[in-house]
Design a protein around this ligand. Sequence first.
Ligand SMILES: Cc1cc2nc3c(=O)[nH]c(=O)nc-3n(C[C@H](O)[C@H](O)[C@H](O)COP(=O)(O)OP(=O)(O)OC[C@H]3O[C@@H](n4cnc5c(N)ncnc54)[C@H](O)[C@@H]3O)c2cc1C
Length: 333
Amino acid sequence: MKHVIIGAGAAGIRAAKTIKKIDAGAEVVVCGEEGFFPYSRYKLTDFFCDELTESEMFYAPADFFKDIDVNLRKGQFVKTINPREKTIKLFHNEVVPYDKLLIATGGTPRLGPVLRPYEKLIQRYYSLKDILLLKKKLPGISTCIVSGQGLSSLDLLCGLCRLGKQVTYIIKGERADWSLVDPNLYNDLLELMIEKNVEIITRDRITAIEKTGDRYRVSTLKQQQLTADIVFAWDNYMPNISIIKDTGIEKKLGILVNEQMETTVDDIYAAGDCVEIYHQGIRNYLINFGWPNALEQGEIAGKSMTGQKSTYKLHESLDFELMGKAIRARWWK
Ligand SMILES: Cc1cc2nc3c(=O)[nH]c(=O)nc-3n(C[C@H](O)[C@H](O)[C@H](O)COP(=O)(O)OP(=O)(O)OC[C@H]3O[C@@H](n4cnc5c(N)ncnc54)[C@H](O)[C@@H]3O)c2cc1C
């Protein structure tokens, strides 16, 4: 039996490990776009702040794959899936057959139509490659503009504060949407930001970015002109699901899966930040996200792919720690 996994993140690697644990003789191939061995994405801010070294970020080095006999193909972007022929096509047109396929491609921050023309002037904050590039620029950065919602914006703001940078945070509404369960925590975090001299601009948004020498000039809807050494911005996080085009796999924002992580197409499974799963309570699909969730879904997908029945139990919220504070957040949809 040949199991092919697209995406070498938390969900993909956990699925590979689960499959080999159940069926040591199975052939498992993991195709991951990134050129690195799998790393702890949720610890990127700790690495950014020099609280972890680069080598401490990698949780599955070369020996790990040798020991469990899994073929990790790094730097391999998968561009299409052909469910009729049961094959995938890699970026350089190599065709890889599968018996069972897992899509574990995660989600990434995206820019809407207003910010998209300025993409090259905006610093990404998502991958190890982004942080390695960012760390090189850090000595020349003292002022930063951040525009983005969700837990990841909170994570980035805290990181920049820890590094002693001067931050301007632009939010579209009256309050930032950090998806917190406890409303009181919002005020605590806001106070913490103010204590760290974060300038918060509400009810406004970036409309244009221009590079002037080494600095960036930002114009806003309310006609403010701001300057900074770096600009971080995104409009939302979206599942990476372009590869399911023309496959017949059903989707909303993410790939729709049942509690066994099966998609609507036979022998194709999906797990992690790229999926939407059915919630019995609200009778609708919703996106879960977060590291523990991706691990759990990866494990269930691995079991389902080997024929074992296991059911994903939806968690209502995500717990994590930020600047020493325990934080409980809702899912991002
Ligand atoms: C800065 C930051 C901080 C975070 N902090 C926390 C935290 O504190 N707590 C927490 O729980 N979560 C946190 N998260 C979220 C957490 O990291 C994710 O929820 C988790 O990594 C999702 O795992 P995944 O396997 O679904 O996707 P990912 O980890 O995103 O892995 C998907 C992989 O698939 C690859 N891929 C995509 N498309 C293709 C393709 N076509 N072909 C081949 N490969 C492809 C991607 O490059 C990526 O390597 C954070 C995320 C970020 C960016």
